[in-house]
Write a protein that binds this ligand. Structure first.
Ligand code: GLN
Length: 189
């Protein structure tokens, strides 16, 4: 089988490169026709969640993907992807833009302000290890997690990595660093 990488907009090529390095086949999901190709995993890349959400709806991809994720298909969602997965957005962020809404978390968009919009750090990720590099670009923060959601990492008290069943949500961009451990975790789900 293969991993489908949502390729409507944003940083999808870098995910494909990481997957290839780990020996995983991938292909790009651009419209509803691509959904008929066989795949058993999904990557939702960073970018602009409002644009991606609108395109998912316009191209009739939102419902089919939502159903497959709800049925347990593993997902790796980074940054804008995490916003698409979240069931709830912070009140000031919620403009009713279409989203997948399969993960029981509340997310605040662009949560680190303009000055700190982009930064790099490293931290421990539960089940992955120490010193995992983390690149944040106008990143969201998880402000509330439901009972079935496991917090995998925090930076200065903010939740930046979560897992609910086979859904893995990251505020940051592991595809922009050389470290492959988070993609490895995704492929093990
Ligand atoms: N700020 C973007 C959004 O709200 C996410 C940024 C990213 O994916 N790097 O969708």
């Amino acid at each position: 089988m293969a991993t489908a990488v949502l390729a409507l907009q944003g940083a999808f090529v870098e995910h494909e490169a990481h997957l290839a390095e780990l020996g995983e086949r991938s292909f790009e999901l651009r419209d509803a026709d691509d959904l008929s190709r066989p795949f058993d995993r999904l990557v939702l890349p960073g970018g602009e969640s409002t644009v991606q959400g609108r395109l998912l709806e316009e191209r009739d991809m939102l419902e089919p993907l939502r159903k497959r994720i709800a049925d347990g298909m593993p997902v790796l969602a980074t940054c804008a992807g995490l916003i698409l997965l979240a069931q709830r957005l912070a009140a000031h962020d919620d403009k009713g833009t279409p989203r997948l809404s399969t993960m029981d978390v509340t997310v605040e968009r662009n949560a680190y302000g303009r000055q700190l919009g982009s930064f790099r750090t490293a931290a421990r990720v539960a089940g992955v290890g120490q010193n995992v590099p983390m690149t944040f670009i106008r990143a969201p923060r998880v402000v509330e997690v439901g009972a079935g959601v496991q917090v995998l990492a925090r930076i200065d008290g903010s939740v930046v990595a979560v897992r609910q069943g086979s859904q893995l949500g990251l505020s940051f961009h592991p595809e922009l660093d050389r470290d492959l451990r988070l993609h490895q975790l995704f492929l093990s789900l």
